[in-house]
Every structure is written in structure tokens, then in C-alpha cells.
Design a protein around this ligand. Structure first.
Ligand code: SF4
Length: 450
């Protein structure tokens, strides 16, 4: 039987694209292997959002060359954003690559493997039909599922490569999304995360808050999440949907990027810091328990010390539950990469360290405030360190490592997909320790609001 090995870089969108590629390969009779050495086809599903991810891919690609030399029948495919960006150049740069398939052309993998095509296949065209293609996904997690609701992005933030690699926005038909989620619910999935570069601008026969309302009606789905939201498109209707729909979790990831309105304009984000603050105020007014996370870029071109201080001030004012912060990484082909007054790497590192130092304090304090509270957690499996503990997430998307309490009998075995009520006993920096108070093996959630 033929085997595949997929190495995935980057965001949730790529993780889910890899699930679709696995689905295509399985439908063609392939099985998965956990080592490239045993594979008939190796796929590198790449990310070009930052230089680091790009370098990591190229060094993995270099390492696999000797395997290809030993086994010339091994097929090597490069997919994802670097494939889209580089196209034919990739074949010139790395002659051991057989196929280059962009993220809009994942379906090409099917015909490529079906006939075991020879080397030199390049599929990087714009694909206006991507939202209409229903590709099978082979998901590993049996509790939480990623579901694409749209593809591409129209925003052209000046630092971002995504609109060039994933094309313009295309929304999937609402009925196809709903059918997919109904199928997932029948398979036992409890939680779905709706995926798009900017889910707030989802538009088919219905808009995004209306789509949430429809998904909320699906019986066996108990939690609904979504990423990512662009602040300029966060409508009052969406805020009310989070507030009113019982299955929509109280968490939003809302990338701020900078606390300086001058830098936000250079980033082409199309909101000011004050606009952003107003959205946060409204979110917290309507949904007081909401957790808010964000993205921050340190050292964007022309960022002065004063601009950086404005970001620090913003973090202190808003008090996010958590952030992903990165140094600005110039991406070839984007406007920001050619802007004058690029910031030196030393200054970027210094600013990033200050951002992280402050945010870590805030996150730790927020986690400490949860000590003694009871939270509903959806169990996802054993914790990453294999200590015998279980792990799961709160509705606010905080990771909880769960310990059993003495009065919970072993016959009460917890399993993935159970809802448990835990008492928070040990707030950590990036996660929480919780002790079980109550387990529900029923196909129902324990949320007192439901
Ligand atoms: S919204 Fe901006 S940062 Fe996000 S994918 Fe689109 S262009 Fe990139």
C-alpha cells in the first residue's frame, strides 16, 4: 500500500489544508506514515508569512534530497504559500521537487497521484472555484474540527503576503458549510472552529452572524469558535451573536498589530487605535466574560520609540488575555518590504522583548484571578507531557491540564469529548491547572447558560 508523509508549517488554515490533502490521498488508497523514509510521497505544506518559517522549510527540503537520491521513485510535493509564491522557480532551485501546488489548487493533488504523474507539475493558477470544491478532509482530532467558511483575503495589509498567495475572498455556500458540520456532529465532533482570513466578511446568501445562527441550531455541536476577525469588519450584529447564541464561545481573536494609529495607517489596517478601543469596549460591555486575544508586530518600518510606547500603552490599557507577537518580517512582493526606514533587528528584538514581558505579566495576572473559579472544559485528550493528566479548553479558549480528585472514582474514566467542570487550582503563565468537580459523559454540555 502506498504511503504519504505531510510536514505542515504555519497557521490553522494550513493545518486544515493538510487534512484535506490527507483526505485526497486516502481516497486514492494511500495510508499515512510518520516518517518520510517510509513514504511514497512527501508533502511540504509551506508557510511564507515570516522569514523563519520559510527558512525552516528550505532546510527540511535540503535534508530530504539525499533520500530522493537513494529512492528516485519517491515523489516530493511542495504545497502552501511558498509553492504559490515561487511556482516554477522552486523546481529550478530544488530539482528534487516533483510537484508545486498552490493553496488554491489542492484538488490538483488528486489527478497527480491518481496517475503517478512525472515530475514538473506546477499548479499555481488563481482558482475562482475553490469555494465550490468540496474536498474530503481526514481529521485527526475526534472532538474539535476546523471548517473553512471562506478562502483568500481582500484587505492587502501592507506587510502581508496572503492576498497574493491565497487570492481574493471567496465564501463557501452556507448550505455546504452546514451540511459538513452536520456530518461532523454525527461523527461525534463537539466543537467546530470556522476558518477564514477574515471571517467577519463572510458573505453568501447570508452573512457571518446569520451563519452562526444556523450552525447554532445543529444539535450535537456544543461549541462554535471562529478565526480570524478583522477589527474593521467586527459588526454590532456579530457582537450580539456572540452574546446571544449559546454555543458561540466567549472568545475572540482580534489582531490589533500596533497601538499607534500612524503605524496602523502604514499597515493599511483601515482602523485607528481609537476605533479598535471602541470595539473592545462594546465587546466587554455586551459579553463581560469574553476573553480577547490579539496579534502584535514589533518594529514595523518607520516605527519610532513613541509608536512602540503607544503599543505598550495599548497592551496595558486593553489587557488582552494573550497575544502572538512577532518581529516585523519583510515579505518580498509586499508594500511594507520596500518602505523606507526599516528597523534594525536589534531594535525589533528589544521592542518585542518589552511587549512580551508586559503581556506575560498581564496573562499571568489574569490566570491568577481565575483561581478558585469553576470552569466548563471540553476534554481533548491526555496532556502534552504525558503525565497521565488530561487536557482541554474552557469556553474562553484557555488550556486546562486536568487532575482527578480523590472522590472521582476510576470508573468515572474521562475520555475525549467529555465535558467536565473543573475548579482552577493552579494558574500558570500560558495554561491553567484544574481539579475535576464533575464529569458529564452525556452528549451534552454543562454550561449553566445552555
Ligand atoms: S486581513 Fe491583512 S493580515 Fe489578515 S490575511 Fe488579509 S491581508 Fe493578511
Amino acid at each position: 500500500m502506498k504511503k504519504y508523509y505531510i510536514s505542515t508549517f504555519g497557521c490553522q488554515m494550513n493545518v486544515h489544508d493538510s487534512e484535506k490533502m490527507a483526505g485526497i490521498l486516502k481516497s486514492e488508497g494511500y495510508t499515512e506514515t510518520d516518517s518520510a523514509k517510509n513514504a511514497n510521497i512527501v508533502i511540504f505544506n509551506t508557510c511564507s508569512i515570516r522569514q523563519k518559517a520559510e527558512q525552516k522549510f528550505f532546510s527540511e527540503l535540503g535534508r530530504i534530497k539525499s533520500l530522493k537520491q537513494k529512492r528516485p521513485d519517491l515523489k516530493i510535493a511542495v504545497t502552501g504559500c511558498i509553492a504559490q509564491q515561487e511556482g516554477a522557480r522552486l523546481l529550478q532551485r530544488a530539482s528534487h521537487v516533483d510537484y508545486v501546488i498552490g493553496p488554491q489548487n489542492i484538488n490538483a493533488l488528486k489527478s497527480v497521484v491518481a496517475v503517478n504523474q512525472n515530475a514538473g507539475i506546477i499548479a499555481v493558477e488563481d482558482n475562482p472555484y475553490i469555494a465550490d470544491m468540496e474536498l474530503p478532509a481526514d481529521r485527526k482530532d475526534g472532538v474539535r474540527a476546523w471548517v473553512n467558511i471562506m478562502y483568500g483575503c481582500n484587505n492587502f495589509c501592507s506587510y502581508c503576503i496572503v492576498p497574493y498567495t491565497r487570492g481574493r475572498e471567496k465564501s463557501r455556500a452556507s448550505q455546504n458549510i452546514i451540511n459538513e458540520i452536520k456530518e461532523l456532529s454525527e461523527k461525534g465532533y463537539k466543537e467546530v472552529t470556522l476558518l477564514g482570513q477574515n471571517v467577519n466578511s463572510y458573505k453568501s446568501n447570508i452573512n457571518f452572524p446569520e451563519l452562526l445562527k444556523e450552525i447554532n441550531k445543529i444539535n450535537k455541536i456544543k461549541r462554535i469558535r471562529f478565526v480570524t476577525s478583522h477589527p474593521k469588519d467586527l459588526s454590532d450584529d456579530l457582537i450580539y451573536a456572540i452574546r446571544d447564541l449559546d454555543k458561540v464561545c466567549e472568545h475572540i481573536h482580534l489582531p490589533l498589530q500596533s497601538g499607534s494609529s500612524k503605524i496602523l495607517a502604514l499597515m493599511n489596517r483601515r482602523y485607528t487605535y481609537e476605533d479598535y478601543q471602541k470595539k473592545i469596549e462594546k465587546l466587554r460591555l455586551e459579553i463581560p466574560e469574553i476573553a480577547i486575544t490579539s496579534d502584535i508586530i514589533a518594529g514595523f518600518p518607520q516605527e519610532t520609540d513613541e509608536d512602540h510606547k503607544e503599543t505598550i500603552r495599548a497592551l496595558a490599557e486593553i489587557e488582552f488575555d494573550g497575544i502572538y507577537a512577532f518581529k516585523f518580517s519583510p515579505r518580498q512582493g509586499t508594500k511594507a518590504s520596500t518602505m523606507n526606514e526599516q528597523i534594525s533587528d536589534d531594535i525589533k528584538s528589544e521592542r518585542l522583548a518589552k511587549i512580551l514581558e508586559l503581556q506575560n505579566e498581564i496573562t499571568e495576572r489574569k490566570n491568577r484571578e481565575l483561581k478558585g473559579t469553576q470552569e466548563e472544559v471540553l476534554v481533548e485528550g491526555h496532556d502534552d507531557k504525558n503525565t497521565g493528566k488530561f487536557k482541554g479548553r474552557t469556553r474562553t479558549n484557555k488550556i486546562v491540564n486536568i487532575t482527578l480528585k480523590n472522590n472521582i472514582k476510576l470508573t468515572d474514566n474521562i475520555k475525549s469529548g467529555d465535558f467536565v467542570i473543573v475548579k482552577i487550582i493552579g494558574p500558570l503563565r500560558h495554561s491553567l491547572e484544574g481539579e475535576i468537580v464533575y464529569i458529564s459523559h452525556e452528549d451534552s454540555c454543562l454550561n449553566p447558560w445552555m
